[in-house]
Design a protein around this ligand. Structure first.
Ligand SMILES: NC(=O)c1ccc[n+]([C@@H]2O[C@H](COP(=O)([O-])OP(=O)(O)OC[C@H]3O[C@@H](n4cnc5c(N)ncnc54)[C@H](OP(=O)(O)O)[C@@H]3O)[C@@H](O)[C@H]2O)c1
Length: 332
């Protein structure tokens, strides 16, 4: 097998394409021939030792895969050789083969291409859990998404529309705004690529209020953080829910009085932990998501598909904020 290994702490250029013996599944595990691996922002953090989980080196990054089961270990009865599956892997996905716990395998529909399957669970799982289980997004609510053209952001646009919301996509360029409208956003706004100082924050808040209208933002989905969070909270509606999803721009510090003034909530979203704490709820959400996919209401927007050997280029696209929708690695 081949794997793109992180052997030293650092950026994408530290990854090394390495030939290794094929692994064997142990009790409760399966061997998967990986066809595609989706990229997610945490992959960029993990290789720099900046993520909450730090796998021992050498390791291949790659938190979600889709492929075909090649062999099953002792005691596995939920999947069989030949099955087409997707799985969350935490890491190890940037490889031609992966051994995973069988319980992580999710069968995929026959007509779902491996590339779609490899870009499905992380973003749609996160955004559906965030909007439905943490934000209680309702029909007719106004939803604002920061980082709306990124992986989880684009998923939130499609899901927000499927759930009946009015969706405002906020992004750092006109090109990204056009992409958001193309995939369903009702309105867009463009924020500066760097948001420096109080005046810039005030201007952004004023613009959000203008686009939102008199009521303000019922649900905010923050996949960006940093200085961008506070202007959004200042534009929340009465009883609004501000969802804390990610911090590519840094961890924001919010004055607590802002929640009092709007009687609004700041709500944490930790989807990975939620899938472990509530497996039944996670399974029900996955069933909903496959149904939405079958109905054509959601579809991974893959803007770049690169071979495994170009994993570093793929990660750089993400670090440079160039990704719209998803980037996928293919193993063929
Ligand atoms: N809470 C959870 O359970 C959970 C689950 C999955 C992912 N996440 C988090 O969600 C965030 C987004 O993940 P993703 O996979 O969707 O990433 P992504 O595709 O790279 O999207 C992130 C977006 O953030 C914006 N951004 C602002 N400042 C940035 C910076 N300094 N560097 C990079 N991007 C920046 C970019 O949009 P603009 O250029 O338009 O600003 C970019 O499109 C990450 O922080 C990730 O860890 C959280």
């Amino acid at each position: 097998m081949k794997a793109m290994l992180s052997t030293a702490v650092g950026g994408p250029d530290t990854l090394e394409l390495t030939e290794m013996p094929d692994p064997e599944p142990k009790k409760g595990q399966i061997l998967v021939r990986v066809h595609a691996a989706g990229l997610n922002f945490p992959d960029t953090l993990m290789i720099r030792d900046m993520y909450q989980f730090k796998p021992p080196r050498p390791f291949a990054p790659g938190g979600e895969i889709a492929g075909e089961v090649l062999a099953v270990g002792e005691g596995v009865d939920n999947v069989a050789s030949g099955d087409r599956i997707l799985a969350l892997t935490s890491h190890g996905g940037f490889a031609t083969h992966a051994v995973i716990d069988a319980v992580r395998a999710v069968p995929i529909p026959d007509d779902m291409p491996y590339e779609d399957a490899a870009c499905f669970i992380f973003t749609y799982g996160t955004s559906y859990y965030a909007l439905k289980d943490r934000g209680y997004l309702g029909d007719g609510d106004t939803l604002l998404i920061l980082g709306a053209a990124g992986g989880v952001g684009a998923a939130a646009i499609e899901l927000g529309k499927a759930m009946g919301a009015r969706v405002i996509g906020a992004v750092s360029s006109e090109e990204k705004a056009a992409f958001c409208r193309e995939i369903g956003a009702d309105d867009t706004l463009v924020y500066p690529r760097e948001l420096d100082g109080r005046d810039a924050q005030k201007a952004l808040s004023a613009e959000i209020k203008k686009v939102a209208g008199a009521n303000g933002i019922d649900v905010a989905y923050d996949a960006v953080g940093g200085a961008y969070a506070e202007p959004v909270i200042r534009a929340m509606a009465w009883n609004g829910r501000f969802l804390v999803v990610g911090f590519p721009a840094g961890i924001p510090k919010i004055p607590a009085n802002l929640t009092l003034l709007k009687s609004c909530q700041i709500v944490g979203v930790f989807w990975g932990a939620a899938t472990m704490r509530d497996p039944a709820g996670h399974a029900a959400n996955m069933r909903d998501l496959f149904a939405l996919y079958a109905d054509g209401k959601i579809k991974p927007r893959i803007s770049a598909s690169l071979p495994l050997a170009q994993a570093a280029d793929a990660l750089k696209l993400m670090e440079d904020r160039k990704v719209m929708g998803k980037v996928v690695l293919t193993m063929e």
